[in-house]
Ligand binder design. Structure first.
Ligand SMILES: [Mn+2]
Length: 262
C-alpha cells in the first residue's frame, strides 16, 4: 500500500521514526509531520495563515518526508491534496509518545490526524504507546505493520478509523488484543497557578487524573485493558450525533420556534 504517515509529536519524534521504519519494510511510505510538538492539537486546522512545507531528509530511511508548520490534521490534508501525486491507500498517525485513550482522544492530535484521513475516505489508524518514556517502541511498530497488512486486505466502514494503544512492553509480554469502547477520564479540575517574573498570573494544566475515583464507575473500557498488558483497538467514528436524544428533542414542543410571537 501507499501509506501517508503523520503524527503530533513532530518530525523529530522517535515514535514517528519507528513507525515509518516498520511500515516501509512492506509499504510505500511518505511522511508529513509538524515541525514542532503539536500534542493536544486535536483536529484543529490552519486556515488564517499559510502553511510552510519543507522537504527534509528522514534519518537513514529513503522515504520522502515533509516538515510543515501546520497541525497534525493539516499534515494529512496537505499531504493528500498537494504533496502526494495520488491519494494514499492508508494514513497512519503516531507512534504517539503516551496513551490516547478514553476522553483523551478528544484532545489528541494523533487521533485528529487519523480522523482527517477518515473524512477523506482513506483507511486511517492512530497508534500510541502507553508510556511517556517508552522503552519498547518495537512492539507498537510491529503491531502497526500487522494492522497495515490487515488493511491491505480489508476495508474499514465509511467514517470509521482505528485507535490503537499498545503497552510499553516487550512483544512476548503482550497479553493479547482487545477491541474496546472508550472510557471516561476525569482530570484534576484546577490549573496550578502562580505569578510569573513580570507579575502576570499564569495557569498551568496539571495533567493529573482523578484516579481511581472516576474509573470505579466504568467497566470493560479501553484503558483498563491497556493497563493490564493488552493492545487495545477502538473503532472511532466522526459522527458525534446522539441519535437517541435527537428523537427525544424532535418530540419537544417547548423547543419549537417558527419566528411568530405567541
Ligand atoms: Mn503527542
Amino acid at each position: 500500500m501507499k501509506i501517508l504517515v503523520a503524527n503530533d509529536d513532530g518530525i523529530e519524534s522517535e515514535g514517528l521514526y519507528r513507525l515509518v521504519k516498520s511500515l516501509c519494510k512492506k509499504h510505500d511510505v511518505i511522511v508529513v509531520a509538524p515541525e514542532n510538538q503539536r500534542s493536544a492539537a486535536a483536529h484543529s486546522a490552519t486556515v488564517f495563515t499559510p502553511i510552510i512545507a519543507r522537504k527534509v531528509g528522514f534519518r537513514n530511511l529513503d522515504v520522502p518526508a515533509y516538515s510543515i508548520t501546520g497541525t497534525p490534521a493539516d499534515c494529512v490534508k496537505l499531504g493528500i491534496s498537494n504533496l502526494m501525486d495520488e491519494k494514499p491507500d492508508a494514513v497512519f498517525s503516531g507512534i504517539n509518545c503516551g496513551p490516547n485513550l478514553g476522553t483523551d482522544t478528544l484532545y489528541s492530535g494523533t487521533v485528529g490526524a487519523a480522523m482527517e484521513g477518515t473524512i477523506n475516505h482513506i483507511k486511517s489508524v492512530a497508534v500510541s504507546i502507553m508510556s511517556h518514556f517508552p522503552s519498547h517502541y518495537e512492539t507498537a511498530a510491529r503491531y502497526a505493520l500487522v494492522v497495515a497488512d490487515w488493511l491491505g486486505e480489508n476495508d474499514l466502514p465509511e467514517g470509521t478509523m482505528l485507535n490503537v494503544n499498545v503497552p510499553d512492553l516487550p512483544e512476548e509480554d503482550i497479553a493479547g488484543v482487545k477491541f474496546k469502547r472508550l472510557g471516561y477520564y476525569e482530570y484534576e479540575p484546577e490549573y496550578v497557578g502562580g505569578t510569573n517574573p513580570r507579575g502576570e498570573s499564569y495557569f498551568w494544566h496539571p495533567l493529573k487524573l482523578l484516579d481511581p475515583k472516576c474509573r470505579l464507575k466504568q467497566n470493560d473500557v479501553d484503558f483498563e485493558w491497556c493497563e493490564n498488558g493488552y493492545i487495545v483497538v477502538s473503532p472511532l467514528h466522526w459522527d458525534w450525533t446522539d441519535a437517541l436524544f435527537m428523537a427525544v428533542l424532535e418530540k419537544s414542543k417547548a423547543l419549537q420556534f417558527d419566528g411568530k410571537v405567541p
